[in-house]
Design a protein around this ligand. Sequence first.
Ligand code: ATP
Length: 522
Amino acid sequence: MATASPAVDSIDSSDVCIPEASFGFRTDFKEAYDLKEQIGRGAWSTVFRGVEKADGHEWAIKIMRKVHLEDGCQLAPAFMQRTDREIQVHKALRKSLNVARLHDVFEDRDNVYLVTELCRGGLLWQRVSAEAYSERDAARLIKQVLQIVAQCHKQNIIIRDLKPENLLFLNDDKDAPLKAIDFGIAQRCEPDQILEERCGSPVYVAPEILQKSYSLPADEWSAGMIAYMLLTARLPWVDNAHVSVSHLYDGVTEGAQPFTRRDAFKALMFSELDFERPPWDIISADGRDLVSSLLQKDPAKRITAKAALKHRWFSEAASSQPFEGSLVQRLQQYGQYGRMKQASLRKLVAEIAHEDEEVQHLVQAHNKLMRQKRGQLPSYKDVLSTLHDFGFDLTEREGLQLIEQLDLDKSGSIDLHEWLAALMNWSKIQRRPEWSRWVASAFESMDEDESGDVGPSEMSRLLQIDLSLSGPGELDAAMRECDANQDGKLCLQDFEELLSLTDSEEDLLLFNDRKRDSIDQA
Ligand SMILES: Nc1ncnc2c1ncn2[C@@H]1O[C@H](COP(=O)(O)OP(=O)(O)OP(=O)(O)O)[C@@H](O)[C@H]1O
C-alpha cells in the first residue's frame, strides 16, 4: 500500500534509503531556479511561479510530492506511473503551441519539479463566466480544444481528463491562445484498444467510461461537453438545464441545491441532452450539428476530433491556406518527428532541392532572409521576425520553441537544408515517382563505409552527436526511433519506413495556425 507524503517527513533522514534521483532527472533545481509565489494547487501538486536564474525567464513550477511505499524507500508505482505519463505526453506533443510546454524536469528526495510554460491568462472558465462570448469566440476556443484532442489521438494518446480546469490562457490578451496542462492520467491507447479503468471528472466524463469500456472517442465526448457549455453557459441535460456554469463553479446560489458528483453521473446515464431551449434558438445550425456530433452517446458514431476540425462551422479556417499562412502549423507538425527523422529529412533535402521546382518558393524565402542579413545565414531571431512580418501571433518563447528545432547542427543559424526539411510539403513530394531513388541515394550518402548499413558512428555524424561528450544515451534514443529489428544499425528498409510520412496537408488543421485574421485569432 502507498502512504501519503507526510509519512516521508517522519523518516529520519540520517538512515533513510531514499535516493535523491529515483527517476534519473537533474537534482540541482534549487541552483537553477528561484521559487516565487504559489499560483495553483491540484490534487497531486502545488504550482508556483519560478524564475530561471540563468536568464530571468519566468516559468510555472509544478511540484509533485513523491509518494513512497511503506518501506519508505521505493516510490509508489502509481506515483511513478503518473509522473512518467505526464512527462511522456509532454514529450510527444513537444512543439505543439496548444500545450503549456515542458521546459525541464528535476527531482530531489521529496519532490519532482516540472518546469512548464507560465500561463498568466487564467483558467478557461474564469474568463468565460466573466465575459460575454459570441458564437464565433466560442468556435475559436472549441477549435483549440479539438486540436489538443486530435494531436493526442494522432499519437495514440488518450487524455481521459479533458476539462476546463486543465485549459489556461497564455496571457491576458483578448485573443490569447489556450494551453492544455496536466496530462497525469493520459495514457497510450491504440485505436482499437479498449480500456476499463474508471477515471476522469464528473460532468466531463464520457458515458462509456462509467461503463468501463472505452477508447479514444471518450475525449471527444469531453470536448463536446466543453463546447456545449462554452456556447450555452449551462449544463446540457434536460433535467439540469437550469444549472448554470457559474452555479457549478462558484458554488450554490441562494435557494438552489448543490450539483453533486452523483447528480452528474445520474444525468449522464439517464437524462437526455437538450438542444432546444435557449440559447440554441440563436446558435447556428452548424454549431448545433458539431456539438451534437461530439455528444453522440454511441462512441462508434461520435465524430473524431480530426473530422470535427474540418466541420463547416470552422469552414473559414478549414479552407486551404496559402503556403505562407501555414508556416506555423508546418513547424509544429515537423516538431512531432523525432530527431532521427528530422535529420534524415535534411539529408533527403540535399537529394531533392536542386531537382524539385516546387520548393523554389521556399528557397527564395530563405534567399530573402540571407539578403537581409547581407549574405549571412539567418539566426533564430531573424526567422522569428519573418514569422511576425507574415502576421503570425507568437510570443518570442513560442517562436523560439518552434525555430530552434530546425537548427539540426546547433550552429545558431538556419541553413537552407534545415529550412527546407521543416517546411517542404513532404506528403506531396513522397508521391513523386523519384521518391524511392531519392531515399536510396540519401541512404547511400549516409553509408560512408559502403557496408550496406548505417552504424553508430555514421549515425552520430548525421545527428551531430559528439559521443565523447554525450555518451551513448543520446544515440540509443535516436536509434530506438528507427531501428525496427534492434540490431543497432540502420538498413535501407528501416530508413524507408522512417521516412514514410503519413501526414497529409489536411493534417495541418490539427495545429493552431496563429494567423491573426483567421478563426484561431479572430
Ligand atoms: N503552466 C501553468 N501556468 C499557470 N498556472 C498553472 C500551470 N500549471 C498549473 N497551474 C495552476 O496550478 C493548478 C494545478 O495544476 P495541475 O492541474 O497541473 O495539478 P494536478 O495536481 O495535476 O491537478 P489535478 O487535481 O487536476 O490532478 C492549475 O489548476 C492552475 O491553476
